[in-house]
Design a protein. Structure first.
Ligand code: PLP
Length: 462
């Protein structure tokens, strides 16, 4: 009997073309839990292993060239290997990587942040965004003497114990075991965009600080209603709570001064990481002088022993990160940088929605500034085949889960076969991306979605 030739599926072809990544993954799994070092890199059947990167592109162990929309989890707004950043780090490397002492770079780096970020009068460096949000929450509690932090459903503030309550659906619990109930009792979670609910919770008392991603949860995955940040500013002031903008993603991306500069609302404290350190590890808390000065020693033994907020950290403001940060922020001061990235992202979002409409496939793309997101297998009431900031007719929980859906996993594989690496089904544009990268990506998405449709992937899930 004649054999019927079966087409190679996306998954099969991925396993063949990325065989070197599979070998490395199998080795890593022996010593690294699950074979990955960041939960966000989870990909089935296995994640890719990269050997080098330059500009907006990277190359995996099998030599596949990929247009990179991960760009250092959003930290590389200048793209990979920006010459000024690379030169600054190389020059610092010659002088040493850790002096266990103050150095000129830390003040120069802090000055750059004060220059750019409206709320920043003082800066304290940390080693990551997770540490920055932890420190900001501690400062809010110390300043007010109140126990509780208010946060919003689906907003991500890193992986410290306080940050994980309400981070993912269902929003009424921590997204991880291992967090004591006592900690959970000191975090209150409310939906965003409901200022009456915020006001009511603040009126009950005990709220030291309110922390929010000013883009909306998970870099604008769950968009904020226009005006909500100003309303939040007003109620925070009314109730004497510290307003914290978590600008780990939006800092220096939404504008040279971050989302607060773009949207015209100034918080009391700002948390920064990613771009602030030019693609090297680093973070910072910036903000009002009276709040940050709670970290300072005084000529007063009682103050130092009982009132000063503690904050050590071996790698705070390490010289390599400071060098990279200064070189990066110097370039971020020019608003044309962010405007160029934003324009490309808008083209990409519009082109993606046009593909969904042309192919009559359930899905949509949305986002803000130079970030984009994709949902597959879902429909909205305002799909117009164009750029979109706020998808309508879809819940916050659905938006939040979109980047980890099985369909998006398949699209990720299909796009890798087309030479594109996505991040949670979306990603970031950088100054190194070009219109040609966007055009190539749109053609790639069209082919990958077509292939998924012909494999029956959309029907299987209906
Ligand atoms: C808004 C936000 N806050 C905090 C963090 C945590 O930063 P880090 O990964 O440097 O700990 C992230 C990380 O993606 C983030 O997006």
């Amino acid at each position: 009997m004649a054999q019927v030739a079966t087409a190679t599926t996306i998954s099969q072809e991925f396993t063949e073309r990325f065989a070197g990544s599979l070998t490395r993954y199998q080795r890593a799994r022996q010593v690294i839990p699950g074979g990955i070092t960041h939960d966000g890199r989870h990909l089935r059947p296995f994640p890719i292993s990269v050997t080098r990167a330059n500009g907006a592109h990277k190359w995996d162990v099998d030599g596949n060239e990929l247009i990179d929309f991960v760009v250092g989890h959003g930290s590389l707004i200048l793209g990979h290997n920006n010459p000024a950043v690379t030169a600054a780090v190389a020059a610092q490397l010659e002088h040493g990587t850790h002096f266990g002492a103050g150095h000129e770079g830390e003040a120069l780096w802090a000055e750059k942040i004060v220059e750019l970020v409206p709320s920043a009068k003082r800066v304290k460096f940390t080693s990551s965004g997770t540490e920055a949000t932890l420190l900001a929450m501690r400062l809010a509690r110390a300043a007010t003497g109140r126990p509780t932090i208010l946060k919003f459903e689906g907003h991500f503030h890193g992986w410290n114990d306080y940050a994980l309550k309400g981070e993912a659906p269902p929003f009424d619990r921590a997204t991880s075991p291992g967090i004591p109930d006592a900690v959970m009792g000191t975090v209150a979670v409310v939906p965003a965009n409901d200022i009456a609910a915020v006001d009511a919770r603040l009126a009950e008392g005990g709220i030291a600080g309110i922390i929010i991603e000013p883009s909306g949860g998970s870099w604008a995955t769950i968009p904020l209603a226009e005006g909500f940040l100003q309303q939040l500013r007003d109620v925070a002031t009314k109730h004497g709570s510290v307003l914290i903008f978590d600008e780990v993603i939006t800092g220096f991306r939404w504008a040279p001064g971050g989302a607060q500069a773009r949207l015209g609302v100034t918080p009391d404290l700002t948390t920064l990481a990613k771009i602030v350190a030019g693609g090297l590890p680093g973070g910072a808390v910036a903000g009002r002088a009276d709040l940050l000065d709670l970290l300072a020693f005084r000529d007063d033994a009682t103050w130092n022993a009982e009132h000063k907020v503690r904050h050590p950290g071996t790698f705070n403001a390490n010289p390599l990160s400071a060098a990279a940060g200064i070189a990066c922020l110097t370039q971020c001061a020019n608003p044309e940088l962010q405007a160029g990235c934003d324009q490309l992202a808008a083209l990409l979002r519009a082109g993606l929605n046009a593909i969904f409409v042309d192919r009559s496939l359930p899905g949509f793309a949305w986002g803000e500034s130079s970030a984009f997101h994709l949902a597959l297998g879902e429909t909205i009431s305002n799909q117009a085949g164009d750029d979109l900031r706020v998808p309508e007719g879809v819940s916050a929980a659905t938006l939040k889960k979109s980047g980890s859906s099985p369909l998006v996993n398949q699209l990720h594989l299909g796009m890798l076969l087309e030479g594109v690496d996505l991040f949670h089904g979306g990603g970031f544009l950088s100054a190194a991306h070009t219109k040609a990268d966007v055009d190539a990506t749109l053609e790639a998405v069209d082919r990958a979605l077509g292939r998924m449709a012909s494999e029956g992937q959309f029907e299987q899930r209906e």
